[in-house]
Design a binder for this molecule. Structure first.
Ligand SMILES: [Zn+2]
Length: 203
């Protein structure tokens, strides 16, 4: 999805998914998708520690298998983890049964009540089935940090422009996002802190 802030009509297709938390409180929810990743995850954890910020990491099962120590480190430092399928698959390309099997296999590794569909792609039937067991977490702001054609300044601009009370913000702890996420995150955290926001996990 190429829009920085999903419109209301889109949110209504998946009414029980979480797009944004309370509008009343000055709290934002940082999320990091696609890790753990040896190029970025640890450095992101260090940046978060510096700001005493807690976040939620939507992990890919295969990456957890590849780098179990990084996965443990995320949890050890007090962050929350969520399920992002076993192999980062797109729901539209899979039958409901096969898609759910991807999620269940990842659940054996990740053990979280939270699920975020890769690429935001999930069929209504998959969504209904998975909603029975998981809280489906979408987002309010997508930074597009994975897009290597965008500069860190542009990514920071997206955070500044779209973040509001209760925003769930998507970054990526992936190799593709390395340059953008590592240089934007400290600036974004400083900016949001100066604006009076607190950082919380999704539970
Ligand atoms: Zn993803």
């Amino acid at each position: 999805m190429l829009i920085e802030q999903p419109p209301l009509w889109l949110r209504k297709i998946y009414p029980n998914a979480i797009w944004r938390k309370s509008e009343e409180e000055k709290v934002v929810f940082l999320t990091f998708d696609d890790g753990p990743c040896k190029e970025t995850t640890l450095r992101i954890l260090e940046i978060l520690d510096k700001f005493e910020a807690k976040a939620t990491f939507f992990c890919v099962g295969e990456n957890v298998q590849r780098t179990p120590m990084l996965f443990d480190e995320i949890k050890k430092r007090g962050h929350q983890v969520g399920n992002h399928t076993l192999r980062h698959v797109k729901g539209f390309n899979f039958s409901t049964k096969k898609y759910i099997s991807q999620v269940e296999r990842a659940d054996k590794l990740i053990e979280s009540p939270l699920f975020r569909p890769p690429h935001g792609q999930i069929k209504i039937e998959q969504y209904r089935e998975l909603s029975k067991k998981y809280t489906i977490v979408m987002w309010d702001v997508i930074t597009r940090d994975y897009n290597q054609k965008l500069s860190p300044e542009k990514i920071f601009g997206i955070v500044k422009k779209y973040t509001r009370n209760g925003s769930i913000i998507v970054f990526h702890d992936s190799k593709k996002a390395q340059k953008n996420v590592l240089s934007t995150l400290p600036k974004a955290l400083q900016f949001l802190k100066n604006e009076g926001f607190q950082f919380a996990t999704l539970n």
